[in-house]
Design a protein around this ligand. Structure first.
Ligand SMILES: NC(=O)C1=CN([C@@H]2O[C@H](COP(=O)(O)OP(=O)(O)OC[C@H]3O[C@@H](n4cnc5c(N)ncnc54)[C@H](OP(=O)(O)O)[C@@H]3O)[C@@H](O)[C@H]2O)C=CC1
Ligand SMILES: CC(=O)N[C@@H](CCC(=O)OP(=O)(O)O)C(=O)O
Length: 347
């Protein structure tokens, strides 16, 4: 999709964490203008009434967006089949010919039975799911450039998949378990606070949740790693997210079983080569350890590698869940769809 350099875009869900982040990023974008920003609850109010330091832009109801006047829509909405959620809104927008970047999980899983199992409802638009392009920008750039509907990846799957992708090229892994432990800041759960995400519950504490095989990002991680491998996975995936008392940021630590004779230096060189030209993925030097602070506030993923034992590697990766894990990658994908520099508005 190639456009003249003034793109009119609507942002659905402007009062949520990822919507707010995207509004801020696009303010610095030279060629994309947000002409409509939606909220159901705050329609008619100004954004500055919801977030006092923001502009006095008026929010509108989702059905008040003039679809004929926009080229692109960002959906920063909840997933699921309820009216106003991403599944329906994406279908309505595509029927009107509007290109869509959906930040929810509604168009990520190609297996509709898996969608039903993990998201708790039947998908009503199988043909749209079929045509949706999974927007892990670095990995799927060519397909994103041709897409009319991009399914922006989940935050944990983005960090996990980018931190493991280089290992698939050279057949470095042996069969066994990929053990992924992840930590997330509380903004990952969105603005609709559940009791478990209240300050008093989270502060000065940390906990694992949905451990092992129970988180809905597991099928998405498996789907992406399988596609990266080009065949069914030789490894089991064990995924345990943890909630930690920070506002934002994701840190994943993955144990990778290596084939006999594969050395740490070989893996490190492989990662360095693989991400040499990637503007948003960085591989630290041997001996350096990544931390959240390296990536939070940016669209970057920062990776450090560590020898686990004679048979395994530990891959650590840090990222901002609201930027590379949501709004930043959405803008990166929009740039690719529109033929702009991938980094526009993101550096
Ligand atoms: N937070 C994160 O780190 C990440 C989030 N995502 C995904 O991005 C999407 C948005 O997440 P996030 O910004 O955290 O969510 P929030 O809960 O912070 O915001 C959701 C937004 O959607 C609107 N909304 C809520 N419920 C409905 C509904 N039933 N119908 C229509 N609009 C609704 C809300 O405003 P109003 O109710 O006024 O309309 C609000 O603007 C979700 O699908 C999430 O899973 C993806 C990766 C990371
Ligand atoms: C800390 C926290 O609660 N994180 C969320 C991350 C979900 C997310 O934002 O991803 P989707 O886009 O796939 O919904 C969770 O574990 O459900």
């Amino acid at each position: 999709m190639n456009h003249p350099k003034n793109v009119r875009a609507a942002l659905f869900g402007a009062t949520g964490y990822s919507g707010l982040e995207l509004m801020q990023l696009i303010k610095n974008h030279p060629f994309i203008e947000i002409t409509h920003a939606t909220s159901r609850k705050a329609a008619g109010s100004c954004l500055s009434e919801v977030f006092p330091t923001l502009e006095r832009r008026r929010l509108c109801a989702p059905d008040a967006v003039d679809l004929a006047s926009i080229d692109l829509a960002f959906l920063c909405l909840p997933h699921g089949g309820d009216p106003g959620c991403s599944m329906e809104e994406a279908a309505r927008l595509r029927a009107a010919g509007v290109a869509v970047v959906d930040l929810s999980g509604d168009y990520r899983l190609k297996d509709l039975n898996a969608y039903m199992r993990w998201y708790g409802c039947a998908h009503r638009y199988p043909e749209l799911v079929d045509s949706a392009v999974y927007g892990l920008s670095e990995w799927n750039r060519a397909a994103v450039a041709e897409a009319a509907l991009v399914a922006n990846p989940g935050c944990y799957p983005t960090c996990t998949a980018l931190s493991l992708w280089p290992l698939f090229g050279d057949d470095l892994m042996r069969s066994g378990s990929l053990v992924i432990n992840a930590m997330s800041g509380v903004s990952g759960a969105g603005r609709g606070a559940k009791v478990a995400n209240l300050y008093v519950e989270v502060n000065e504490s940390a906990k694992a949740y949905n451990p092992g095989q129970k988180h809905r990002h597991l099928p998405e991680i498996r789907q992406t790693l399988t596609a990266m491998a080009g065949h069914s996975l030789d490894q089991e995936v064990v995924f345990t997210p943890h909630l930690i008392p920070v506002n934002r940021g994701i840190l994943t630590t993955t144990y990778v079983p290596l084939k006999q004779g594969v050395t740490f230096q070989q893996c490190h060189a492989r990662y360095r080569d693989h991400y040499d030209a990637a503007p948003f993925v960085h591989v630290l030097n041997d001996g350096e350890q990544v931390c959240l602070r390296h990536a939070v506030g940016s669209n970057h993923v920062v990776i450090s590698l560590h020898q686990a034992d004679d048979h395994g590697l530990i891959v650590c990766a840090a990222m901002d869940n609201l930027i590379k894990g949501a709004a930043g990658q959405a803008l990166q994908n929009a740039n690719i769809m529109l033929g702009f520099a991938e980094t526009e508005g993101l550096l």
